[in-house]
Design a protein around this ligand. Structure first.
Ligand SMILES: Nc1nc2c(ncn2[C@@H]2O[C@H](COP(=O)(O)OP(=O)(O)OP(=O)(O)O)[C@@H](O)[C@H]2O)c(=O)[nH]1
Ligand SMILES: [Mg+2]
Length: 310
């Protein structure tokens, strides 16, 4: 059977992290108009809330950040919430906690589907707010807590609100851009939360970051195609979750070679074209979908940067 992986894609399998790409103005759909609108709304609503929650994905804590948020909310009490811990590797989360503890940031790791875990956000937010109030003692004491929830698309903002409020107050879906308009939700007698549409950073300068965002379903396939995303995922999984790949696809003689693995997946999943060629487009979708369903066990796409001392 013929191998149809192109040269360009084989480049992906080598030094992607060293490559520098620019995705800003060159890419027509990178920062769509509705995101600009959403960002302006976030700024406008800042004065109506006590605390801002910035949701990121625990599998990619830095890749799912947005510099526009950091700048916008810097004067406001805020908490970075790393969501989807049930999909990330526990040992890598510990490394992140160690790394983040050295920074001057409020953060928490949670599983957005677990009520006990999500509830921890409330106490942390109150502690942050109380500390802030002590430092700004002219602020009025109020009984109701008002929160705004922001973050990249598909990081789990609406899910967290639903878990907190015990109902499907905001629509949830495993695709970017589900929430299109801000929505106030009364989560309990003393808590109101403002859900907002996901907003991407206006610029992403690193291809590895774009690949992570694509794998996590935070950006559409128009920006990063399935072939690049699937090759990135297979390479990552072969290095970090090989046993699970073997088990999931029932591949006995798994190697660490990208093309051989794609071919083996094509065989076991019957992704074959008419002329006995592998149907790589279908293989890419299988890899991406199975990753998003969590079929390879906990996966952490990013590790804390290593600080080198000279
Ligand atoms: N496994 C797991 N899935 C989660 C968690 N939180 C959210 N999800 C899933 O992630 C997907 C996206 O969730 P949403 O709540 O719609 O994400 P969002 O940030 O509101 O997305 P936009 O509205 O598009 O910006 C859904 O399929 C959720 O079920 C979590 O902690 N663990
Ligand atoms: Mg949403």
């Amino acid at each position: 059977m013929a191998k149809i992986i192109t040269t360009k894609k084989n480049n992906i399998s080598t030094e992607i992290t060293a490559e520098e790409y620019s995705y800003n103005s060159a890419n027509a759909n990178w920062f769509p108009g509705h995101m600009l609108k959403a960002m302006n709304k976030i700024k406008e609503n800042l004065k109506r809330v006590d605390v801002v929650l910035e949701i990121r994905d625990a599998r990619s804590p830095l890749a799912t950040s947005n510099i526009s948020f950091t700048d916008t909310i810097k004067e406001k009490p805020s908490l970075i919430v790393f969501n989807k811990t049930n999909l990330a590797k526990a040992e890598v989360i510990s490394l992140w906690e160690e790394w983040l503890n050295k920074k001057d940031e409020n953060f928490i790791f949670i599983n957005g589907l677990d009520k006990n875990s999500v509830t921890k956000i409330i106490q942390r937010s109150k502690d942050i707010l109380n500390k802030y109030k002590k430092d700004n003692d002219n602020l009025n004491k109020k009984n109701r807590l008002k929160m705004m929830i922001i973050g990249l698309p598909n990081t789990g903002k609406s899910t967290i609100i639903n878990t907190l409020s015990n109902r499907n107050a905001s629509k949830v879906a495993d695709k970017p851009g589900q929430t299109q308009k801000e929505l106030w939700v009364k989560a309990s007698n003393d808590l109101d939360i403002l859900d907002t549409p996901g907003v991407l950073a206006p610029t992403i300068s690193n291809k590895n970051q774009a690949l992570q965002l694509s794998a996590l379903n935070a950006i559409s396939e128009r920006i990063m195609d399935a072939e690049d995303t699937a090759c990135f995922l297979v390479e990552h999984l072969l290095m970090n979750n090989a046993e699970k790949v073997k088990e999931h696809f029932k591949i006995e003689n798994l190697t660490n070679n990208l093309v051989e693995t794609l071919n083996q997946i094509a065989k076991v999943r019957g992704c074959i074209l008419n002329k006995n060629e592998f149907d790589y487009e279908r293989v890419y979708q299988v890899v991406i979908n199975d990753f998003r369903k969590g079929c390879f066990g906990p996966v952490s796409l990013e590790r804390p940067p290593v600080v080198t001392t000279t």
